[in-house]
Design a protein around this ligand. Structure first.
Ligand code: NAD
Length: 297
């Protein structure tokens, strides 16, 4: 428990994940560009770091939970980056969802400096992050995952080794492409029932016990008033942003074109979330796709 942990990126996901490490008894120093997020972290027992470079240089373990590839490249690479500053033997865990080739690039740079690195993107949403029940999809060496596992177990329930560096990202991108498609399908099905005079709670309840059953229907229902404690019940605030889903669909479509896979529904989902974002919904939770093209949305 004496390990020094630095956690960078205390947003919708990073904050509850870092708090779970604090609750498990670790000393965790948190950083974010947004001062209010650091304050929330401190309010929950975390430590605020005064100097990122000094904290990184002393850390045994550095965890990042940042929005996209460019933020991860910015944090890890370059003369002031984590790779240049961390001490030999440090373990780097990037939980952000980013392009697999960027994960491989950063992991190779880390390895060249004698550091250990895994990509460990997550699934389970902000509720899973708060409850410590995330699924981790890990790319990297088995031995490095074995070192990280006790920490990951304090933030998650299912921990999978997908393969070498970048593999965690690839499986995460496959998952999120499916999630993005399912959210649109669930929204359409509920709206079709409502347009025909049905109660959305009834439509959802029946489909949840039928072959249309899926996570967006049962755990993260997009129709306001059907479920409590989901973004749809708080005007789509918090959760997983439309623009983050759009980023992941972009990664999926890019990866498909690079590998020759055919993903027509992934491409369509990307176009629909892009339209939703352009209409001003980029900062709302992705389940707000339910309101796409609806009057007043
Ligand atoms: P978020 O935008 O809420 O949080 C990202 C945080 O990183 C912000 O607080 C931002 O200020 C901070 N940040 C950016 N650059 C920084 C830097 N250089 N140094 C320090 N802090 C910096 O995003 P999120 O919803 O927490 O998602 C984070 C990652 O997790 C994304 O890659 C996302 O795709 C993935 N993800 C999100 C969810 C979800 O449900 N929200 C679920 C699974 C995976």
């Amino acid at each position: 428990m004496g390990e020094q942990i630095v956690f960078i990126g205390l947003g919708n996901m990073g904050l509850p994940m870092a708090h779970n490490l604090v609750r498990a008894g670790h000393g965790v120093t948190g950083f974010d560009l947004v001062a209010a997020s650091v304050q929330h972290f401190v309010d929950g027992g975390g430590l605020a770091g005064a100097d990122l470079n000094a904290a990184v240089a002393q850390a045994d373990i550095i965890i990042t939970m940042l929005p996209a590839s460019r933020h991860v490249q910015g944090a890890y690479l370059g003369e002031h980056g984590i790779v240049a500053r961390a001490r030999a033997g440090a373990l780097l865990i990037d939980c952000s969802t980013i392009a697999p080739e960027v994960s491989r690039e950063v992991a190779a740079a880390a390895q060249a400096r004698g550091l250990r690195m895994i990509d460990a993107p997550v699934s389970g949403g902000t509720a899973g992050a708060a409850a410590g029940t995330l699924t981790f999809m890990v790319g990297g060496a088995e031995a490095d995952l074995a070192s990280a596992r006790p920490l990951l177990e304090q933030m998650g329930k299912n921990i999978f080794h997908a393969g070498p560096a970048g593999s965690g990202q690839t499986v995460k991108i496959c998952n999120n492409m499916l999630l993005g498609i399912l959210m649109i399908g669930t929204s359409e099905a509920i709206r079709l029932g409502m347009a025909n005079g049905l109660d959305p709670k009834v439509v959802s309840e029946v489909m949840a016990k039928s072959s249309g059953r899926n996570w967006t229907l049962e755990v993260y229902n997009p129709c306001p008033g059907v479920a409590d404690n989901v973004p749809a019940s708080r005007d789509y605030a918090g959760g997983f942003g439309v623009d983050l889903m759009l980023k992941d669909l972009g990664l999926a479509v890019e990866s498909a074109s690079a590998s020759g896979a055919s993903v027509p529904l992934g491409e369509l989902a990307q176009a629909l979330y892009a339209r939703h974002s352009q209409a001003g919904a980029g900062g709302l939770d992705f389940s707000s796709i339910y309101r796409l093209d609806q009057a007043g949305s």
